[in-house]
Design a protein around this ligand. Structure first.
Ligand SMILES: [Zn+2]
Length: 148
C-alpha cells in the first residue's frame, strides 16, 4: 500500500466503502443511513480512479454493515467494494450482492401504483437487472430507478 492509499484508508476499526461512482457518493451514504450515525464518518469524492473515472470513498469508524444493508447499494452502486478494517488492517472485502427482493428504497415508476398513492412501502422482485413491482407488476431497469 502506498502513502496515497493510506491517506484515505487509515481508520482503526470500521468500514471503507470504495469504488463509488463519484456522483453516487451522497446516495450511498444516505442508503446506508450514515447521516444518522454517531460515529465518525468521512465522505470524499472526485478521487481519480482507473475503474470508474472519478470515485467516491467513504470511511465509517466503528461501524460494520449487515449483508442486508449492503445489498441496498445494488440500486445505485453495484460495483462498490467494502473493506472491513480491524486494527488498521483490512480483514475482509465485501462486494454488493443484488437481493431478490427490494423493499422501500426505490419508487415504483407507475404513477397509478398503489404505492404512489397510499402511505406504504414499495416492494419489488428483482431478476436479471429488472425490478418488478409486487403490486402493479410494472417493470423497471435497476440502473434507472428513482429512490424514495
Ligand atoms: Zn407499482
Amino acid at each position: 500500500m502506498n502513502k496515497k492509499e493510506r491517506l484515505v484508508a487509515a481508520i482503526e476499526h470500521g468500514t471503507v466503502i470504495d469504488h463509488i461512482p463519484t456522483e453516487k457518493t451522497y446516495q450511498v451514504a444516505s442508503l446506508l443511513g450514515l447521516f444518522e450515525l454517531k460515529t465518525p464518518v468521512t465522505i470524499g469524492f472526485n478521487y481519480p480512479s482507473k475503474k470508474v473515472g472519478c470515485k467516491g470513498i467513504i470511511k465509517v469508524s466503528d461501524k460494520f454493515f449487515t449483508d442486508d444493508e449492503i445489498s441496498r447499494l445494488s440500486v445505485v452502486a453495484p460495483n462498490v467494494i467494502l473493506s472491513i478494517i480491524r486494527d488498521y488492517e483490512v480483514v475482509e472485502k465485501k462486494a454488493v450482492v443484488t437481493p431478490e427482493e427490494i423493499k422501500g428504497i426505490v419508487k415504483c415508476n407507475n404513477p397509478k401504483c398503489i404505492t404512489n398513492n397510499e402511505p406504504m412501502a414499495t416492494h419489488f422482485h428483482v431478476a436479471n437487472g429488472v425490478l418488478t413491482c409486487r403490486y402493479c407488476e410494472k417493470e423497471q431497469d435497476i440502473n434507472k430507478v428513482e429512490l424514495c
